[in-house]
Design a protein around this ligand. Structure first.
Ligand code: IVH
Length: 698
């Protein structure tokens, strides 16, 4: 672990060393090693790379060069001597059955033609079938199946050693937990692939991060590899992870069994995997016999890369026959029978013209860089969020800088970094304002938060944003009451606050022009309809900090009227599934404020639904309200789903993993790691099925 100061110091050293000649670095070998170790840690352990690959390589090569000149100064802990580098302390290190290699890259038709020539030489034949498939941009995973069961999931790590993330791999629904491999004579098999995140989920996840004042993740790859390493498996499930399995790297046969005929070519093997229930990308795989056809396909595929569900950064071309693959072999870095064709990066350079500071719904001030408009991946980009002051400082980006802007997939553009070499001294440091750009009140910042906030509840920009959020699609769904109309009505004094939505003076609206009879009718009826929205939408619409759609549902299902929250305390809130102290504190603060209570009363008077009738939901009364349950092992007295329903019928909630929030773990036979973990925690009540029955009938 590094302190914030150390992180900053290492990052600055890295930048300095990049600009130095190797001979000038001979006296700074220790520091150079420290910098590389730090970059490794950020990349492998934290999934937050601080250096571009090329920058890391350049520093690494400088170190290799110095150590070659002076072998006597090599230390056993030098990054050049590392075997298992940067493994997370949280997941045990495991060795791969066969090293997980990389791929060699090509970027154009010429590279591919060269590669094809080499292939034909190495294979000793001109009759080569190539299989072309997408290169998924996620996190590599290795899965081992033994005696038909998935027994291990591991990250790539450094290719030799990875991290055991079995528990998290099991949360990815597309990964089968068992498969009928024995029936094909297979005892053990290792399958490799990529953990990917659905682009839509990725964007939602980032929206949530932004709403919480956190900088969004740069790309789906970071999101996938970061998520694989989080400790709460139930969280993994919510993040839309999936897997695409693209190779069988190793297998052993049962005694006396013969190799299945399918396992002779890459394509047939993956088709076979697919038929066994594995997520192999066979629909996206194509066979070609001529490299020119491969090249044409690559060009065509690059055009439609955006229409795919997952981010793809290129195509992989593989020799289809396993016999030829074996003949061609591999280097220590990559197989000679496969190559990646990389798509053009969706990056561009532009000039940072100025920075505007925007006020959000909950008062967070977001710096937005206005750049010279530049096309990136088919979209013209002229505004790029800089997220918060820390991001500005960390990147040391200045007004007047030439900056590299990237758009990964359909993802919001972001500034990768300024090109420091292009500076001419006229650039100016970005000054963060001390007062709110809208209402001029002094900004505040909580010590543990990244965002400066305007805490003036009456700040006009925030009011408009809050009203628009209340009316938005995922909240009260009042069609056509978007931000522009809210702003207009607000400026005319027709919409001073949220409850005034239900008291709009329509005669004034008609007078103001621009609104036809029909649109007024539509808006009126959408407003009327919204009164019947379920409580969770109202709670979400109120814009309580840290309360997204999911949390709003959890909150709504815990009460029969919103005003019950006036009496709740942090403890009671924290006992709800997936609600931690941060969210609980924010909810308590919200319901303690008089102006919010007033808003709620006014909504009630306007006829907005504030009750939860719990149709199809969990009851709010019952002996087990606030208690959490988890069932594990094979249950003999009832089906798991029935047992869960029984607990819910008494007000209990079901959790998906063992954590300090779990009150009861009900164990059947063959209970495994969950039982172990619960015992270790020491705070969980462990019940037999009989004890559970007694508890619920009490
Ligand atoms: S084949 C030994 N096929 O790309 C062969 N790799 O540098 C190695 N990747 O991190 C891999 N899609 O996880 C292969 N269809 C695909 C792939 C793929 C994505 C990743 C792989 C590795 C990187 C290769």
């Amino acid at each position: 672990m590094y302190t914030k100061e150390e992180e900053k110091a290492f990052y600055e050293l890295a930048k300095q060393y990049l600009n130095k000649e190797v001979d000038d670095l001979a006296g700074s070998v220790d520091e150079l090693r420290n910098v590389l170790n730090y970059a490794d840690w950020k990349y492998y352990v934290q999934s937050e790379p601080v250096l571009a690959d090329a920058e890391y390589d350049s520093l690494f090569k400088k170190l290799v060069h110095i150590e070659e000149q002076h072998p006597e100064i090599i230390t056993p802990d030098s990054p050049t001597q590392r075997v298992a580098k940067g493994l997370s302390e949280r997941f045990p290190a495991v060795s791969h059955l066969v090293p997980m290699l990389s791929l060699d890259n090509t970027y154009n038709a010429e590279d591919l033609t060269d590669w094809d020539r080499k292939c034909r030489e190495l294979a000793g034949t001109d009759e080569i079938e190539y299989c072309v498939e997408p290169k998924y941009d996620g996190a590599s995973i290795s899965l081992i199946y033994d005696d038909d069961m998935m027994v291990r999931g591991a990250t790539r790590g450094d290719g030799v050693m990875g991290e055991d993330v079995t528990i998290n791999a099991r949360q990815i629904r597309s990964i089968p937990l068992s498969a009928k491999l024995h029936s094909f004579g297979i005892k053990q098999m290792e399958i490799r692939g990529e953990v990917v995140i659905d682009k839509v989920f990725f964007e939602k996840y980032n929206e949530q991060r932004i709403a919480e004042g956190l900088p969004p993740l740069a790309n789906p790859r970071n999101a996938a590899s970061g998520t694989m390493r989080i400790l709460d498996p139930s969280e993994i499930r919510k993040r839309g992870l999936s897997a695409v399995l693209y190779s069988i790297s190793d297998y052993t046969l049962l005694p006396g069994a013969e190799r299945p005929a399918e396992l002779s070519t890459h394509f047939d093997s993956l088709k076979w995997l697919y038929q066994l229930g594995y997520p192999a990308p066979i629909k996206e795989m194509k066979i070609f016999r001529r490299i020119d056809d491969v090249i044409a396909y690559c060009a065509e595929f690059e055009q439609r890369r955006d229409s795919l569900q997952y981010e793809v950064d290129g195509l992989v071309i593989k020799v289809n026959s396993y016999a030829l693959q074996d003949k061609m072999g591999m280097t220590s870095h990559h197989p000679r029978w496969a190559v990646a064709y990389k798509f053009k990066a969706r990056q561009a350079t532009s000039k940072l013209l100025r920075v505007e500071f925007q006020v959000g719904r909950v008062g967070a001030i977001t710096p937005v860089a206005k750049i010279e408009p530049v096309p990136i991946g088919g979209v013209t980009v002229s505004s790029v969020s800089l997220f918060n002051e820390d991001v500005i400082k960390e990147k040391d980006v200045r007004v007047g800088d030439t900056v590299i802007v990237e758009r990964a997939g359909d993802v919001i553009p972001y500034i990768v970094k300024p090109i420091v070499e292009h500076r001419d001294g006229t650039e100016t440091v970005i000054e963060f304002p001390t007062a709110c750009p809208a209402c001029k009140s002094l900004l505040e910042k909580q010590p543990e938060e990244a965002a400066w906030r305007c805490i003036n509840i009456g700040c006009p920009v925030q009011v408009v944003e809050r009203i628009a959020h209340f009316a938005s699609k995922d909240a009260m769904d009042i069609r056509s009451l978007g931000i522009t109309i809210v702003q207009k009505f607000h400026d005319l004094g027709l919409l001073p606050d949220i409850p005034s939505i239900y008291h709009i003076r329509w005669d004034e609206v008609q007078k103001m022009g621009g609104f036809g009879e029909k649109s007024v009718q539509n808006l009126k009826s959408a407003i009327e309809q919204s009164k019947k929205q379920p409580l969770n939408r109202v709670i979400f619409g109120l814009g309580i900090r840290h309360v997204g759609e999911t949390t709003a549902k959890t909150l709504a299902s815990a009460v029969s009227h919103i005003k019950e929250f006036y009496e709740w305390d942090i403890e009671k809130l924290s006992a709800l599934p997936d609600i931690g102290p941060k969210v609980a504190t924010s909810v308590i603060d919200f319901f303690a404020r008089d102006e919010n209570k007033r808003t709620i009363t006014m909504l009630e008077e306007a006829g907005v639904n504030l009750v939860n009738d719990h149709r199809g939901q969990k009851p709010l009364e019952g002996a087990l309200v606030g208690k959490t349950f988890l069932f594990t092992g094979t249950l003999s007295q009832f089906k798991r789903s029935d047992a869960e329903a029984m607990a819910e019928a008494k007000g209990g909630a079901i959790l998906s993993g063992v954590s300090s929030k779990l009150n009861y773990l009900v164990v059947g036979t063959d209970a495994g790691s969950k039982l172990e973990k619960a015992k270790k925690l020491g705070t969980v009540n462990i019940l037999t099925e009989q004890e559970f029955l007694e508890l619920i009938s009490d």
